[in-house]
Design a protein around this ligand. Structure first.
Ligand SMILES: Nc1ncnc2c1ncn2[C@@H]1O[C@H](COP(=O)(O)OP(=O)(O)O)[C@@H](O)[C@H]1O
Ligand SMILES: [Mg+2]
Length: 355
């Protein structure tokens, strides 16, 4: 896919740390990425690598003792038709202020990882979608209901009229997932974040949800950040992929390059652990040796070196490699491809409390 010149979102060196009594968890430790309009941007990495915390930082909903300690999150906004877009740094906004509230749900919408967290059990699905619409759009109740109904129809919910007056717990897992997508899309966000949207559903529903998101992206040209721990899912939906490990980005590139020419040893290992069609039925899946270190015990240097087959002593255990372009398509954070360390920024600098 051709990328237009201006990204919708640019994250630069984002760090989000949790200041616990036991120590500091560096959940996100220098993430940079650019998302372009109309792009499905995949973020993949094992559980605990900082995917959800990155998205919470973007929406400014990181809960204490978590804090954004440094970095920029530049969002390009088009407020009125015809008006020039402006660029706002979400890291600098008041998390509870009006501007951030307008952006949250209005410009950037989230399909959260926990399906039950999205809807309140004591209000109907329709009322909650209508409330979201009225919060961000200047419409009366009747118009809001008509929009909500149309949204439910758009995401393929049958008998949408009845479903509008149902409670979320009356819906099947698949329908609830669709209703969540309808709610997230109800304000026409420029950016939709889908945080593991298919983890809690069966494979048939998963396939339907993926098709639905792809169709909506094509019809509306909105950008989607699609988060998953499953590279197989990434292959089906994403145009561009970011691979994360322990709070850092290890590799980025177009989906074809990541799958056919992975450069970082972690990406290579992840790909080897996907079952393939020509694998003999009883072959054991290769796994990545070792386990992810406890968040309090991050290794110095490259976070992947203790598990890396190509570890270089005195180099990888000393410095964190910078994320650099190695050709005109891929960026890699690995000393096998360049010599440049990431700059060490002080951990204590505080931007502001997240909430
Ligand atoms: N509220 C919290 N308090 C302390 N640590 C947290 C909190 N939320 C997340 N973390 C830590 O941040 C790291 C990244 O978590 P998360 O972004 O949820 O991972 P994932 O990639 O699975 O979405 C994990 O080590 C997790 O333990
Ligand atoms: Mg998560």
């Amino acid at each position: 896919m051709n990328q237009p010149s201006d990204p919708l979102l640019s994250i630069r060196d984002l760090k989000v740390h949790f200041f616990m009594d036991e120590g500091v968890v560096r959940a996100v430790d220098g993430v940079s990425l650019d998302v372009y309009p109309g792009q499905v941007f995949g973020i993949v990495g094992e559980s605990g690598c900082g995917k959800s915390v990155t998205m919470k930082a973007l929406l400014r909903i990181v809960e204490p003792p978590g804090r954004i300690v440094s970095g920029e999150m530049l969002l390009r906004r088009t407020n009125k038709k015809g008006a020039a877009p402006d660029i706002v740094d979400l890291a600098k906004l008041d998390a509870r202020g009006q501007e951030m509230r307008d952006i949250r749900g209005g410009q950037i919408a989230l399909i959260p990882q926990e399906p039950m967290a999205a809807f309140s059990p004591v209000h109907t699905v329709g009322n909650q979608i209508m409330e979201a619409i009225q919060l961000h759009r200047n419409v009366d109740k009747k118009e809001a209901r008509a929009i909500a109904l149309q949204q439910l129809k758009d995401v393929g919910i049958p008998e949408a009229e009845q479903r509008l007056d149902a409670y979320s717990w009356q819906l099947s897992g698949g329908l609830r997932q669709r209703a969540m997508i309808a709610m997230a899309l109800s304000c026409n966000p420029a950016l939709l974040i889908a945080d593991e949207p298919t983890t809690a559903v069966d494979v048939t529903t998963q396939a339907q949800v993926l098709r639905l998101l792809r169709r909506l992206q094509e019809e509306r040209n909105s950008a989607i950040i699609f988060i998953t721990h499953d590279l197989g899912v990434i292959a089906q939906v994403a145009h561009y992929v970011t691979v994360m490990y322990l709070g850092v980005v290890v590799e980025q590139g177009p989906v074809d390059d990541i799958f056919h020419n992975p450069k970082h040893p972690y990406t290579q290992a992840l790909l080897k652990s996907i079952p393939s069609i020509d694998m003999t039925a009883r072959a054991d899946l290769p796994t990545i040796k070792g386990s992810i270190p406890h968040p309090f015990n991050r290794p110095a240097g490259c976070p992947f070196y203790p598990r890396c087959a190509r570890f270089m002593q005195g180099k990888c255990d000393k410095e964190i490699p910078a994320l650099l372009a190695v050709d005109d398509r891929q960026r890699v954070s690995c000393f096998l491809y360049h010599d440049q360390p990431a700059e060490a920024a002080p951990v204590t600098a505080s931007v502001e409390a997240a909430l």
